[in-house]
Design a protein around this ligand. Structure first.
Ligand SMILES: Cc1cc2nc3c(=O)[nH]c(=O)nc-3n(C[C@H](O)[C@H](O)[C@H](O)COP(=O)(O)OP(=O)(O)OC[C@H]3O[C@@H](n4cnc5c(N)ncnc54)[C@H](O)[C@@H]3O)c2cc1C
Length: 413
């Protein structure tokens, strides 16, 4: 019997590739009738790239995305606060890759079809419930377009990798409620623009109380002028938001007001935003860590298990680390129930720490600290405000929690 994977997102597809490598049969059931290039930018930090490189995907991803080389932090007056190298430029054995979510998902789907075969990817299969029975997991499905029931499927385990709106999580925790709003709303999009700073810089500027922008390129040479596709996210503290839908359209007037005078020597922000190809709204949400993921032959993985704020570029990465842990547990135990319990043990607390760190002290906490110490005023010299050691300590602490400390990562198999 095979493993039933619910959801063909980043986590579900990575798990399928890892199970296949371990010689464990599986099938992926996806609610969408077609895999479309949805979303905008996503980051793969060195810990996730180590796993994807192990699946032979580094060259493909590097050719479609951008090898991000530095993180650069500014205040809302465009003054430089801190700069640090990332990925290979920081001495990691694996790169940090910033990429369009659609390009990442397409690379995973291509590898899946090549290695496992098209007939193992079931599109238009929406899972409505799962059950852990004696000797088998049973998953029930419906066709979301025709609205009719599909045949139930049996496997050795059912994995809920069905994202932040997970039906499996709702079944396991029916009283939990929806995602929790952080108090910060986000507007996201992509703009074709000449390379900014190094052309491989992840830039963060400003702070939520006024407005913060995050930008990084996700595709090179998108036109004859050598422009890049640059992902941007504007984050503003506000009680107003419109619910959590990854594809909700937005307009510039919804969020531009606090940034109309952000004309920096490294970027004219209002002009950059005005030229965006698309604008989407999505509130910054997460959920409280769960007391348990695995129930007999059923478990959760990725955003279904631990949705987190996107402040540490770790959503996709933690789903990929879950996939590696679960594939290892299933490969080393002949008892699926014990394997799922071991996976729960290995990953639940680790990811809960990342969820909490993203709330309290992700890398952009640097910006909050400078905002508070300067009273949101320009500074004469950053050294009068905060030392380089203090700034470095904030990002180093986050790397430890999220699991991509350089030394530790190099030492793991
Ligand atoms: C449409 C969309 C756009 C996104 N855009 C971004 C972005 O721009 N930037 C970013 O950082 N993150 C984005 N994310 C989230 C990001 O992909 C995840 O945070 C992360 O990669 C973890 O992946 P995951 O596999 O756990 O979940 P996801 O990648 O969200 O995948 C979940 C999958 O499960 C499917 N699914 C849901 N319910 C069912 C069901 N009942 N039965 C079967 N299948 C089901 C979904 O259609 C989806 O394909 C997006 C997610 C989605 C779904």
């Amino acid at each position: 019997m095979e493993v039933l994977i619910i959801g063909a997102g980043i986590g579900g597809l990575t798990l399928a590739l890892m199970l296949h490598r371990a010689g464990i049969p599986c099938r992926v059931f996806e609610a969408a009738a077609e895999i479309k290039p949805l979303g905008v930018g996503i980051n793969l930090l060195p810990h996730a790239m180590k796993e994807l490189a192990g699946l032979g995907l580094e060259d493909t991803l590097a050719s479609r995305g951008v090898l991000t080389a530095e993180a650069v932090f500014f205040n809302r007056f465009g003054q430089l606060i801190y700069r640090e190298p990332l990925g290979r430029a920081a001495g990691y054995a694996w790169p940090q890759i910033s990429i369009h979510r659609g390009d990442l998902q397409a690379a995973l789907v291509e590898a899946f079809i090549q290695r496992l075969g098209k007939d193992r990817l079931m599109l238009g299969w929406e899972c409505v419930s799962v059950a852990s029975e004696e000797g088998a997991a049973v998953a029930h499905f419906r066709d979301p377009i025709a609205k009719r029931e599909l045949p139930a499927q049996r496997g050795i385990a059912a994995i809920g990798s069905d994202g932040i709106h997970s039906a499996i999580r709702r079944q396991l925790y029916p009283d939990e409620g929806g995602p929790i709003y952080s108090g910060v709303n986000m507007w996201r999009g992509v703009t074709r623009w000449p390379p900014i700073l190094s052309g491989a810089s992840m830039i963060r500027a400003g702070w939520f109380a006024h407005a913060k922008i995050v930008l990084y390129p996700i595709r090179h040479d998108v036109d004859a002028e050598g422009r890049q596709l640059v992902n941007w996210v504007v984050e503003i503290a506000t009680p107003r938001y419109e619910g959590w839908n990854w594809s909700r359209p937005a307009t510039l007037d919804d969020f531009i007001a606090p940034m109309t005078d952000w004309h920096f020597d490294w970027l004219d922000v209002p002009e950059f935003l005005r030229r965006s190809d698309l604008m989407l709204e999505y509130p910054m949400v997460d959920k409280d860590p769960l007391p348990r993921w695995s129930f007999g032959r059923v478990t959760l993985l990725g955003d279904a298990a631990h949705p987190m704020y996107p402040r540490g570029s770790n959503g996709a990465g933690q789903a990929i680390l879950d996939a590696r842990a679960l594939a290892d547990c299933l490969a080393t135990s002949s008892d699926a129930v014990a394997a799922l319990a071991a996976y729960d043990e290995r990953r639940r607390d680790a990811t809960a720490r990342v969820v909490r760190a993203n709330r309290a002290a992700p890398p952009d906490a640097i910006l909050g600290e400078v905002y508070r110490r300067t009273g949101d005023k320009p500074f004469a010299s950053i050294d009068d405000v905060i030392s380089r050691e203090e700034l470095a300590a904030i990002t180093e602490a986050y790397k430890r929690v999220a699991g991509y400390e350089k030394q530790k990562l190099s030492g793991e198999d």
